[in-house]
Design a protein around this ligand. Structure first.
Ligand code: ADP
Ligand code: MG
Length: 311
């Protein structure tokens, strides 16, 4: 097995594109772009909680960075740098090599330089911190939703949870749906371009990591508003409906915009080639109330809103 330093040198040291000093010293040196604010976010992935012991290492490497970049997308930031703290149990070089391949594939796609980290032996876990930039004062926050806003979601939420249900034998997916759901689960696509386009357009945004209703609930909480949802094509009942409403791990963006911008969002959807669906509207109080209606306007009570590690 390679030593810790051979590991870092061989698998986690790559040429950088916009970094003064990267991996190898006691700290990295970066030059923030003048006039830009830094957006910083950390996510931890732990075996058994966030991924299964037999997860494909290349997919896992991708996802480890992608879920972090998704937080930058939800802020409207351009991803720039990342650090990676990795805990491996006696790793085989093949496993780490595949993990690094997936990680750097996502880094290349998102324009991220890996500039440092830490590497330790122990139960498998990965902690990434990402740094992004945006023009001062333009961040998309959770606390800006206003009564009258349209509520939108990107992509097709629920796919990752359906893919997981398939892997766990709770349902059987077939045909293109199976491929789509497994890709959503294993290779989430951070919606960076969408986040950038929403600057100056959206009043609030969040990425859907714990479930659509749960994450929308954070916007309602922090903005002090309520919502009425009417989701086009909401499945009548069962697993598919639960996955759409409360499934985690999708990393789509949920956001609100003044309803005068509905046409702009539809045009943006075409430009990005990404479905953007209007799923309801923000209404004035009572704060945090989230009412879900079916196609006929009847109120539905969902079984649960989302995932909470401590509930
Ligand atoms: P120190 O003991 O000074 O903290 P380390 O030996 O932990 O330094 O790390 C040496 C260099 O390798 C540092 O620049 C650190 O940021 C980098 N590094 C360590 N682990 C990783 C990793 N998994 N990915 C990227 N860089 C790493
Ligand atoms: Mg260290």
């Amino acid at each position: 097995m390679p030593s810790e330093f051979e590991l870092i040198a061989r698998y986690f040291t790559r040429a950088t594109s916009h970094t003064l000093l990267g991996v190898g010293d006691d700290g990295a040196l970066i030059t923030p772009t003048p006039g830009q604010e830094l957006v910083i976010s950390t996510d931890l992935l732990v075996e058994g909680t966030h991924f299964l012991a037999d997860a494909d290492p290349e997919d896992l490497g991708w996802k480890t960075l992608a879920v972090n970049v998704s937080d930058l997308a939800a802020m409207g930031a351009r991803p720039r740098w990342a650090t990676l703290a990795a805990v491996f149990p006696a790793p085989t070089p093949e496993w780490i090599e595949a993990f690094a391949r997936g990680f750097f594939a996502c880094a290349d796609e998102c324009g991220v330089d890996l500039v440092g980290g830490d590497t330790t032996r122990g139960p498998r876990a990965f902690c990434v911190t990402v740094f992004g930039e945006l023009p001062a004062g333009t961040a998309l926050r959770r606390d800006g939703a206003k009564a009258g806003d349209s509520i939108w979601v990107s992509g097709r939420p629920g796919g990752a949870a359906l893919g997981l249900a398939h892997l766990q034998g709770r349902t059987v997916l077939a045909g293109p749906l199976r491929g789509d759901c497994l890709a959503a689960l294993h290779r989430p696509q951070p919606r960076v371009e969408l986040g950038l386009a929403l600057r100056g357009m959206a009043n609030s945004a969040i990425d859907v990591s714990d479930g659509l209703l749960a994450d929308l609930g954070h916007i309602l909480d922090q903005s002090g508003v309520a919502a009425r949802l009417k989701i086009p094509g909401l499945p009548a009942a069962g697993l598919e409906r639960n996955c759409l409403l409360a499934g985690g791990d999708d990393y789509e963006l949920a956001f609100t915009t003044a309803n005068s911008k509905d046409g702009d969002i539809t045009a943006l959807s075409v430009r990005l080639g990404l479905p953007l669906t209007r799923i309801g509207e923000i209404v004035a109080g009572p704060p945090r109330e989230l009412v879900l209606c079916d196609d006929d306007g009847a109120v539905i009570t969902p079984a649960r809103r989302g995932y909470d590690h401590f509930a």
